[in-house]
Design a protein around this ligand. Structure first.
Ligand code: SF4
Length: 62
């Protein structure tokens, strides 16, 4: 079973990095904040790359 991943939206600065690198999992919501709309949409390694690259470390497993 795929792990769940979520964005701490009140910390997201809308840089777009996660949306650009893993569009199968992340997208912008109506407020231009990132959200994980499909946590199972990509390999965990790919998601981990976005987690590690997020400039404000607001993407988390769980
Ligand atoms: Fe927001 Fe982080 Fe994604 Fe940038 S990488 S859009 S700060 S969640």
């Amino acid at each position: 079973m795929a792990r769940n991943v979520y964005v701490e939206k009140d910390v997201c600065i809308s840089c777009g990095l996660c949306v650009e690198t893993v569009p199968e999992v992340f997208r912008f919501d109506d407020d231009n904040l990132a959200e994980a709309y499909d946590p199972a949409g990509a390999a965990e390694e790919k998601i981990q790359e976005a987690i590690d690259a997020c400039p404000v470390s607001c993407i988390h497993w769980g």
